[in-house]
Design a binder for this molecule. Structure first.
Ligand code: HEM
Length: 491
């Protein structure tokens, strides 16, 4: 009887805890912005719904009306923001909305062990040190490996076409695009060759695949608390992540340090090594930043390239044809960046499907006012929803949901002016903005332009008939397991 009472008390205690922590936002959260029901974030794990559908059903109305809302995400209640004026305030006031990445938010998690304290997640003086070290290498780089890799990539597609009969020629793109982007970032920024395009059985690549599965496990991403527990699979995850970090540094060491190549090269990795040798950063900070350059440097372009391939396939009779005509005779990176159709297409791709959708990694350092009347207490996580910002009808007009590259303008000067204006005013936050603007935007866009140009010169492609048109259910945003069907052009 007594045991029964204890169990009942424990059970009700547990329910009360869940209600307090999960079902309702904390009492001191602002009351004048809407609350997205707590279960919304769990829906993609239960039913077949992608994040654009989820946005339309649960987030669009409250966010378009209020510009901010309370959202349960990553084991806690947060505030997400989509209105440009509010975003501009957050991006500007770094001291109040301080960057607080996984190393601070969930320091016990596998993902925090993977990326550590780095240029994307750090705050204040440490961030300034990291940023000053890596900026030059990310802004001024040699693009010749990207041209070479685009050729290797298109050769693999050709090999696929040669090996398969006409009926079976649809090609899954995600693995292949990932291999391309890994080779690009390793050769352009880290100073060694990941070499995953030359072999799909490359051990470093396989290792990365394995740890990605552990890091992006939907359950542990939603409930990072469980990484506190001695779960054998998670323990293996920690060990695997540590081994990968060591392996990555070993490759950089072998290629840049042992032969003093870092002294003569301007890779971002060379600058990090110099800073380490001069005692500006320690060994862990060196590793953390090498890892984040690899992670941000391949994941994000991979998403943008996949989305671009998808949109060109979806608009094969219009945009694919028009851009093919435009790029036909253009073989230099600078010239590609001056083409109106290619660039308005790319900017629209970034707008319609921003590769990184929800980002919540800022924490208020004091009670503050967001906009005119939203009072946020100290210690609250605040983030942004890029899809929401770039589909907001008040910013983009009634056709915000339509894919319309022509909205950016007709000539390249107007297109680039509109692109800069959209970023400066935070109407478009896909590359963040302000002092913490993405340092790899230029590199990411160069990669996508070069690869698309090479592909457009060699193939026509459409969406594979056996591919179900769906976006990713959570996390990074893009077509889920995209499959395309290619046809070689008669040159
Ligand atoms: C092409 C697609 C890309 C997109 C859409 C993208 C997007 C973003 C976004 C949204 C942020 C801000 C993240 C936050 O709020 O915490 C960011 C920051 C950053 N990105 Fe990118 N990124 C891309 C490519 C790259 C590449 C290729 C690199 C190269 C390594 C890179 C390096 C960085 C760095 C270093 C920062 C941190 C800037 C700072 O806080 O000072 N990104 N990026």
């Amino acid at each position: 009887m007594t045991l029964c009472l204890i169990l009942i008390t424990l059970w009700f205690g547990f329910l009360a805890y869940i209600a307090e922590k999960i079902v309702f936002p904390p009492w001191n959260f602002p009351k004048n912005i809407p609350t997205i029901p707590f279960y919304v974030i769990f829906l993609p794990s239960i039913i077949d719904i992608d994040q654009t559908e989820l946005y339309d059903l649960y987030l669009r109305k409250p966010l378009e009306k209020h510009g901010a809302a309370k959202l349960f995400f990553g084991s806690r209640w947060n505030i997400i923001v989509t209105k440009p004026q509010m975003l501009a305030q957050i991006f500007k006031d770094e001291d109040t909305f301080a960057k607080s990445g996984n190393q601070k938010k969930i320091p016990h998690s596998v993902i925090a062990a993977y990326t550590g304290d780095n240029v994307i997640s750090a705050h204040g003086k440490i961030w300034r040190t990291y940023r000053s070290i890596v900026t030059n290498g990310l802004q001024h780089f040699d693009d010749s490996p990207i041209f070479k890799n685009a050729k290797l990539f298109t050769n693999i597609i050709e090999q696929h076409l040669n090996e398969n009969s006409k009926e079976r020629e649809s090609l899954p793109m995600s693995g292949l695009v990932q291999r391309l982007c890994l080779d690009n970032i390793s050769q352009v920024v880290l100073g060694f060759d990941f070499a995953s395009l030359s072999s799909d059985k490359n051990p470093l690549h396989n290792h990365l695949m394995r740890i990605k599965k552990q890091i992006f496990h939907p359950f542990f991403l939603t409930f990072p608390f469980f990484d506190h527990l001695p779960i054998p699979a998670r323990k293996r995850g920690f060990a695997d992540v540590e081994a990968f970090r060591k392996e990555l540094v070993k490759h950089v060491d072998e290629e840049l340090v042992k032969n003093y190549k870092f002294e003569q090269t301007t890779f971002a990795a060379s600058d990090l090594i110099r800073a380490y040798n001069n005692g500006v950063i320690d060994r862990k900070q060196l590793t953390d930043n090498l890892v984040i350059l690899l992670v941000a440097g391949h994941e994000n372009p991979q998403l943008l390239l996949t989305t671009s391939l998808y949109l060109l396939a979806k608009h094969s009779h219009t945009w694919q044809k028009k851009i093919r005509n435009e790029i036909w005779e253009v073989f230099q990176s600078k010239k590609l960046s001056e083409l109106p159709l290619l660039n308005s297409f790319l900017y629209e791709a970034v707008r319609i499907l921003p590769p990184l959708n929800t980002i919540i990694n800022r924490c208020t350092t004091k009670t503050c006012l967001l906009g005119n009347n939203v009072v946020i207490p100290r210690g609250v996580y605040v983030g942004y929803n890029n899809f929401g910002s770039s589909h907001d009808t008040q910013s983009w007009g009634p056709d915000a949901d339509e894919f319309k590259p022509q909205r950016w303008g007709q000539d390249i000067e107007t297109i680039n002016k509109n692109w800069k204006y959209a970023k400066n005013t935070c109407k478009l936050s896909s590359f963040h903005g302000g002092r913490r603007a993405c340092l790899g935007e230029k590199l990411g866009l160069v990669e996508v332009r070069i690869t698309l140009a090479e592909m457009l010169r060699r193939y026509e492609w459409i969406l594979a008939p056996d591919w179900e048109e769906k976006m990713t259910p959570a996390g990074p945003l893009g077509p889920l397991n995209l499959k395309l069907k290619f046809k070689k052009l008669n040159l």
